[in-house]
Design a protein around this ligand. Structure first.
Ligand SMILES: Nc1ncnc2c1ncn2[C@@H]1O[C@H](COP(=O)(O)OP(=O)(O)O)[C@@H](O)[C@H]1O
Ligand SMILES: [Mg+2]
Length: 225
């Protein structure tokens, strides 16, 4: 005998989920500008935003995520805990070609996350559909391991309560408002995603809050931990 736990429809493509969210006007301001990876797009995104994140369209756990920065005298890219500097865009594109060869990637505007003792923090909201409707299961903060820019727990990030995290990174005055905003965005985004992808049953939203307190949606997981 076995028991099957219905987890709901799985959607792996970060691109497809981001596109779906962009169909709702009031969500658009919370999605960092996102493009499919190409050297040309990388160049123009770096001109526009100065910092971008390059990540696999199908990926989890912070694996393969690269931060790229335009600097005074060239470019740098950070992969895991190492930063590599080059003097020209051509050299950057060459370095990234070998890193992005095996999978499809997207480029996203880099968000300057609020930090706790210099370590970036972001938030995970878990939202699950039960017979009574959608319910919150968790709202937590994740603080990046020292030296990393990704906060994933599988990369050594530390878990805190969302309230603790907001208090330590932005200040107590922000706790109530930011939690409420993440909850509201979760409800709205879930409505949009369920309309577009009927059958989804479990969602894990990754929210960044930048140093100005603005909330950004990094991704939505359909197989959240
Ligand atoms: N646009 C971004 N700006 C800044 N940091 C980002 C951005 N996108 C992702 N990150 C960091 O990388 C982590 C992993 O990215 P995410 O999109 O959640 O992919 P994964 O499926 O690998 O978890 C995020 O939790 C966040 O810490
Ligand atoms: Mg994630």
């Amino acid at each position: 005998m076995f028991i099957q736990v219905y987890q709901g429809r799985q959607l792996a493509s970060k691109w497809a989920k981001t596109e779906a969210l962009l169909s709702e006007r009031s969500i658009v301001p919370h999605i960092p500008p996102t493009r499919k990876y190409s050297p040309g797009q990388l160049y123009s995104m770096l001109q526009q935003h100065g910092m971008v994140v390059v990540k696999p369209i199908v990926g989890t756990g912070g694996g393969g995520v690269i931060k790229v920065v335009r600097e005074n005298s060239g470019y740098s890219h950070t992969y895991r805990n190492k930063t590599y500097r080059v003097g020209s865009f051509q050299a950057l594109a060459q370095a990234l070609r070998s890193r992005t060869r095996k999978r499809r990637y997207l480029i996203q505007k880099g968000i300057h996350l609020a930090t706790v003792n210099g370590r970036p923090i972001d938030y995970r909201v878990k939202y699950v559909k039960t017979h009574k409707g959608w319910e919150y299961r968790a709202l937590v903060g994740r603080i990046a391991k020292r030296g990393l820019f990704v906060t994933n727990l599988s990369q050594g990030g530390d878990l805190v309560s969302a309230s603790q995290g907001i208090r330590a990174s932005l200040g107590s005055a922000y706790v109530k408002e930011k939690k409420a905003q993440m909850r509201a965005l979760t409800v709205l985004s879930t409505r949009v995603l369920e309309r577009k992808f009927p059958g989804i049953g479990q969602l894990g939203f990754d929210y960044g809050i930048d140093r100005q307190g603005k909330i950004w949606i990094f991704e939505v997981n359909t197989r959240p931990h």
